[in-house]
Ligand binder design. Structure first.
Ligand code: SAM
Ligand code: ZN
Length: 344
């Protein structure tokens, strides 16, 4: 097993040193001699005891669980009411079947109780209880059952146009980077399946890519996607609130759909700013409700879309003073993109 020396952008979570002796199964910090294990060749550059409770809980119950294993299927279910029917119709069919089953069992239960057929009633009660228990294991799923149709109807009757679209924000940031005249360093924080890193224009740049996530289940999907696409990427298992990278290492720091759900979003943004180079760009997207949301849309947002989050808006009030040119664009009814530049 050959040992290679890796330095520069990485930072030991224990002693902040930059040099590691690396094999496919472990990274040893040459500063403090601490050894970090690897999962399928990806180093675990974090300290388990220092993880926030929310991060550990989300990882263990959500992203490393069934939700994460089936992420490509489960994620579109959460956004079913806000997506065009042309894309989300399979979810509506699954939803319809489940709803009919629940209502059918409930109706059967009442009828058999009234008729005094108690054995059948007990069976129906058990079946109904089992379905509701399974749904309640992910409470957002249970809430989706009652709020999906009213939220969809509410959204469908008033078309909404953002003042700056998702594509326009990306183009505003990407255009100058295409003319940078040098190879860029790009970091995607909480990259998950690497889907957003791969799809939103970043592959059009002359760049080296680094991507970090806390969940092995999620990062394995990211590794598969990037390998299948033939894009080299340095993958790291680590904590967004204690990024294992040196200060001023990246031209662009991205994060899609993660900040609001972290134990300490302000600290994560401070970390993203720390590892960005002076003059570097931050871009992150997450949940935030548009001003004109109706009560039913608010219920959908709070009970389903943003239910696992710690905060529910872009936390500009907590940004470090190093971030300038801050712009928050409401790109969809329930999502913002924030762009900022690190001073210098
Ligand atoms: C909703 S997913 C978004 C994934 C990806 N960025 C995308 O756009 O599809 C949120 C991701 O944040 C990751 N995550 C949660 N807590 C984290 C932490 N403390 N540090 C790094 N990643 C974390 C999860 O493992 C998950 O992959
Ligand atoms: Zn060290």
């Amino acid at each position: 097993m050959a040992t290679e020396l890796k330095s520069s952008k990485y930072r030991c979570p224990h002693c902040a040193a930059a040099d590691f002796a690396v094999t496919t199964t472990q990274w040893r910090c040459t500063g403090c001699d601490h050894t970090f294990g690897c999962a399928a060749g990806i180093p675990r550059l974090f300290v388990e005891d220092r993880l926030g409770s929310q991060d550990r809980r989300l990882r263990d119950t959500f992203y490393d669980g069934l939700f994460g294993r089936l992420y490509q299927v489960t994620m579109p279910a959460i956004v079913m009411p806000v997506r065009p029917l042309a894309i989300s119709w399979p979810y509506w069919i699954a939803y319809g079947v489940t709803l009919v089953l629940i209502l059918g069992l409930a109706a059967g239960l009442i009828t058999t109780l009234v008729a005094g057929v108690f054995v059948t009633a007990a069976l129906l009660f058990a079946a109904l209880g089992l379905i509701l228990w399974l749904l309640s294991r992910q409470s957002w799923l249970l809430h989706l059952m009652w709020v999906a149709i009213p939220a969809w109807l509410s959204l469908a009757r008033k078309p909404w146009v953002p003042s700056e679209s998702f594509t326009a924000v990306h183009e505003r940031v990407l255009a100058p980077l295409r003319d940078a005249g040098r190879r860029l360093q790009i970091l995607d924080v909480s990259t998950g399946s690497c889907n957003s890193l791969y799809r939103h224009g970043w592959m059009s740049l002359d760049a080296d890519y680094t991507a970090i996530d806390l969940s092995e289940t999620m990062l394995k999907q990211g590794s598969d996607l990037m390998s299948a696409a033939g894009v080299p990427v340095d993958l790291v298992l680590g904590d967004a609130m204690e990024l294992p990278f040196q200060d001023n290492s990246f031209d662009v720091v991205l994060s899609y759909g993660a900040v609001n759900g972290l134990t300490d979003p302000a600290r994560a943004i401070a970390e993203m700013a720390r590892v960005a180079r002076p003059g570097g760009t931050l871009l992150f997207l997450d949940e935030q409700m548009y001003d004109a949301a109706t009560p039913m849309e608010r219920a959908y947002f709070m009970k389903v879309l943003s239910s696992h989050n710690v905060i529910h808006h872009c936390p500009v009030e907590t940004f470090p003073a190093t971030l300038t040119d801050v712009r928050v664009s409401q790109v969809y009814q329930f999502y913002y993109i924030c762009t900022a530049r690190k001073a210098g």
